[in-house]
Structures are given as structure tokens and as C-alpha cells.
Design a binder for this molecule. Structure first.
Ligand SMILES: Cc1ncc(COP(=O)(O)OP(=O)(O)O)c(N)n1
Ligand SMILES: Cc1nc(C(=O)O)sc1CCOP(=O)(O)O
Length: 472
């Protein structure tokens, strides 16, 4: 299966970006030469989906319209690159006519930005979402099956709103407007992603939604990169690949089976039962805890750091990793094995930058989207809950076993379940039967008890039994 981006190299491209896949090193070649090459590609390979980009010339327009009839091309995505996001007019009247008369009538989707839509419609002003809707309808009348008018340049809009029209229904697709100068190539990448999704067998609206989500994530991921000399930089298309490479390189340091019995401390409970933090941690480890998290909500920084150093000694002498809840500074200061962060804490991506590739990072996630982001950000595992109601964390949303399962299925990272879990229900949690659910994280069922050692042993035995039942 092939997804072929078509670029007209008869136009010199001045882009110097590192990520742009098409333009660097392209020499100026005659239009008919490009057309011949295109013909041979279309006939020699089984091209499924074609996406136009970078100023298709009249030669290419002709070959394409022919090619779609002569060769078994399944879909044509037309990105009418005519006016850049920086406002430069890139196409003359003959190209405009080529788009209108030859490409749009055979396109499965056309994806103009506001300026391109305006140019295709003879200079019509487009300033509001209502204008975008009527532009989508008028463009649809020119022949394409679907139209996506991209509102990235819409004045006074907090969201990035695009209008999708399939000839029957309008869909207003909104995503976060990412504040960045690194927007070079977004339109081209969006259309390429739509083409790739179509080639994979998706239908049009889901393909557009996936592409829009990809662009939003990639823009956010690359918003701070500094590259090139111009005022507008490129964005980084390869984030998934990089996350994958980063993660696969790092997984060596983190063993997901450490999540089996995850003991999370609580200073108030230790105080209530007269346990010191070090005694509590030692008892949990002796009882079978496989990883410890220090979650000291009321501790002063200095006390937290001293406690962390003392607990780290105990943990390391037993080969058990120690993570710090929320406080990256404390984790760095004591050289802990990692951190656990929530959705409103330091973003995992920033934590990864601060901690480096070798430390463990866990992220609290209640939805598949959060789990996906945690993976992109370079986390090692996610904590998903509250599985059951809990008194340990105020106003905590309960996701239930169904919510846990949904997140596990979507997550590319190992998962530990948390919230209201103890001896009475740990088996039900582990028995949801999802391979990346690696264990349970527990606070009160271990630490709001007189004998931490006994309770941890009991829970360890229950988990072990439940795992062996699943294997048989
Ligand atoms: C393993 C694990 N999962 C989830 C949490 C919750 O973390 P967070 O959302 O940051 O909430 P607080 O713990 O800060 O109240 C966790 N700590 N550990
Ligand atoms: C710290 C924490 N995070 C949760 C989440 O849902 O993310 S639930 C929770 C408290 C878990 O305590 P217990 O085991 O006593 O119910």
C-alpha cells in the first residue's frame, strides 16, 4: 500500500527546515519531467491515495486527473497550497484555474486555509465561523466530495476551529490553539495525515479528526524547539517515533512488574498510628511491596527531603524502587528512582526533561486521551483511578472497573490501578483481564492499619493467588 505525496519540484523551495520531508535538496526540474515521473510512479506502484502539495503545476494537474482514471487510485487529497500561513501568495492565476477546473472536481477532500479558500472563491472575505461554513458549501459546489476549511488564521478565536462539510452535514472541529511560532508545514502535514489514514482504510471524517489531533499534539510537542533563522520555524512530525525510540531505549531501567504491589505512603495515617515513615516503608517492603511512593502532602520541604533520603536507603537495600509524589525537586535532590505526577502537576514532558531518560515517571490518568498524552510525553507507566470511592483523596472522580478497563485497553504504557483498593476487592481489579494492568496501588488498606506488615502480606498473597488463577 502506498500513500504518495506529490510535490512540484519545478518551484524552488527556500525552506531550510530539518524535518520537512520533501523540499530540502530538491533541484529545479522541468514540469514535463515531473509529470513523466509521476506517471511512471502511478503505473509501476500500487498507489492507493494521492495527496497534492507544494504548488501542483498544470502538468501535474493533468497527469493526476488522467492518473485517477487510468490507475487504481482510491482517493485524492488536495491541499491547495496557494497562500502560506505567513501570507505569501504562492500560486498564480493558471494554478488557481487548474485547482478549480481539474483538481477540485475529482478530489475526495480539499483542505484550504482561510486565505486559500478565499482565493479559490475569487477573493471573498472570510472572517467568521459562519463565513467558513458558507465557503465550505461554495467550495463543495465546485466538485470535491468533502471540504475542510481550516480556521487557523481566524481572528479572535481562542480555539483552532475547522469546518468540515461532506455535502450534507457540517462539523465544527475544535482543538486547542497552541501558542507557537513553529507552524511551518502544518497544513501540508494535516493533509498528509488525512491521506495516510485514508490509505489505512479509514473513512473521511475519522481520518480528519485523527489528523487534527495529530497536528495539535505535534504543535504542542514542538512549540519550544528553536531551529533555523526565520521568524517561523517548522514543527516536529516525528514525535511518535521519537517517543517510541526514547521509551524503548529507556524501558531497560523500569520493570513494569514492579507495579504489582505499589505502596503509597500517607503522613496523616502514619501519625495516627504512631508509625515513623521509615518504619512504615520497611514494614511494607517486608510484607511484599514491590515499589514505594512517598506521598507526603503536609511535609515541609526539608523534612520531606530527609525522609526521602532515609527511605531511599531502606528501599535500595531491598532492591525496591522509590518514587516521589509530585515533587520533582525532592526527587532530584535525593536521587530517587523517579516521580509520580498528576494531571495538574508538572507536565510529564517537562519532568522527563528535568529528570533525564533514566528515571521512572508515572502519570495519573482517567481517560484514554490522558493515557495517550502520557505516552507521548515519555512516561513509564500510568496510575488509573479511582477504581472505587476513596476517603484518602478528596473529591476524587471514580472511574470504576469499566473506566479502568477502557484506559488499560487504550494505553500503550503499563497501568497500575488505584483508589479504594484493598484485600476485599483487589482480585476483582486484577481479574478484568487486560495484560497491561500490572498491579494495584494502595494507601489506606496498608497504612491506615495498626500492622502494616500483616496487611501488606495479606494483600500480596491475594494478588499472587489472583495472578496464578489467571495463568491457569
Ligand atoms: C500510582 C498513583 N496513581 C495515582 C496517583 C494520584 O496522583 P495525583 O493525581 O498527583 O494526586 P495526588 O497523589 O497528588 O493527590 C498517585 N499518587 N499514585
Ligand atoms: C492518591 C490517589 N489517587 C487516586 C486517583 O484516582 O488517581 S485515588 C488515590 C487515593 C488512594 O488511596 P486509597 O488506597 O486509600 O483509596
Amino acid at each position: 500500500m502506498w500513500c504518495l505525496p506529490i510535490y512540484d519540484s519545478s518551484q524552488a523551495c527556500t525552506c531550510v527546515c530539518e524535518f520537512c520531508c520533501n523540499c530540502q535538496g530538491v533541484s529545479v526540474v522541468p514540469e514535463d519531467f515531473v509529470a513523466e515521473q509521476l506517471k511512471s510512479v502511478l503505473s509501476d506502484m500500487q498507489v492507493d491515495v494521492v495527496k497534492t502539495g507544494m504548488l501542483p503545476s498544470i502538468g501535474i494537474v493533468k497527469v493526476l486527473s488522467q492518473g485517477l482514471r487510468e490507475f487504481p487510485v482510491r482517493a485524492l487529497v488536495v491541499d491547495p497550497v496557494m497562500v502560506s500561513t505567513s501570507g505569501d501568495v504562492l500560486a498564480g492565476p493558471s494554478i488557481l484555474a487548474g485547482f478549480r477546473e481539474q483538481l477540485l472536481p475529482i478530489a475526495d477532500i480539499v483542505t484550504p486555509n482561510l486565505k486559500e479558500a478565499s482565493a479559490l472563491l475569487g477573493g471573498q472575505q472570510l472572517e467568521t465561523v459562519a463565513d467558513m461554513r458558507s465557503a465550505a458549501k461554495l467550495l463543495h459546489d465546485m466538485g470535491p466530495q468533502n471540504v475542510l476549511v481550516k480556521g487557523g488564521d481566524l481572528p479572535d478565536s481562542l480555539d483552532a476551529v475547522d469546518i468540515f462539510f461532506d455535502g450534507k452535514d457540517f462539523h465544527e472541529l475544535r482543538s486547542l490553539r497552541i501558542k507557537t511560532c513553529n507552524t511551518h508545514g502544518t497544513g501540508c502535514s494535516l493533509a498528509s495525515c488525512i491521506a495516510a489514514e485514508l490509505a489505512k482504510g479509514s473513512s473521511m471524517l475519522p481520518a480528519v479528526k485523527v489528523a487534527k489531533h495529530y497536528i495539535e499534539t505535534a504543535l504542542d510537542y514542538s512549540k519550544d524547539i528553536a531551529i533555523g533563522n526565520g521568524p517561523q520555524g517548522p514543527f516536529d512530525h516525528l514525535l511518535r517515533l521519537k517517543s517510541y525510540v526514547q521509551n524503548s531505549c529507556r524501558q531497560v531501567g523500569f520493570n513494569p512488574s514492579d507495579l504489582f504491589l505499589y505502596a503509597v505512603t500517607d503522613s496523616r495515617m502514619n501519625k495516627k498510628w504512631g508509625h515513623s515513615i521509615t518504619d512504615a516503608v520497611k514494614a511494607a517492603i517486608d510484607g511484599g511491596a514491590t515499589i514505594i511512593q512517598l506521598r507526603e502532602k503536609d511535609a515541609e520541604t526539608q523534612d520531606f527531603l530527609e525522609a526521602a533520603k532515609a527511605c531511599l536507603k531502606i528501599c535500595h537495600s531491598h532492591g525496591v524502587p522509590l518514587l516521589i509524589n509530585d515533587r520533582i525537586d525532592v526527587a532530584l535532590a535525593c536521587d530517587a528512582d523517579g516521580v509520580h505526577v498528576g494531571q495538574s502537576d508538572m507536565p510529564a514532558r517537562v519532568a522527563r526533561t528535568l529528570l533525564g531518560p533514566d528515571k521512572v515517571i508515572g502519570v495519573s490518568c482517567k481517560t484514554p486521551e490522558q493515557a495517550h498524552q502520557a505516552w507521548i510525553d515519555g512516561a513509564d507507566y500510568i496510575g488509573c483511578g479511582g477504581v472505587y470511592p476513596t476517603n484518602t483523596k478528596e473529591n476524587n472522580l471514580t472511574v470504576g472497573l469499566d473506566g479502568l478497563k477502557t484506559v488499560c485497553v487504550a494505553s500503550k504504557l503499563p497501568v497500575v490501578a488505584i483508589g479504594g483498593i484493598g484485600a476485599s476487592n483487589a482480585s476483582s481489579v486484577m481479574e478484568i483481564g487486560v495484560p497491561n494492568l500490572k498491579g494495584v496501588a494502595v494507601v489506606s488498606a496498608l497504612f491506615d492499619r495498626e500492622c502494616i506488615l500483616t496487611e501488606t502480606r495479606k494483600l500480596h498473597a491475594i494478588l499472587t493467588e489472583s495472578m496464578s488463577m489467571q495463568r491457569t
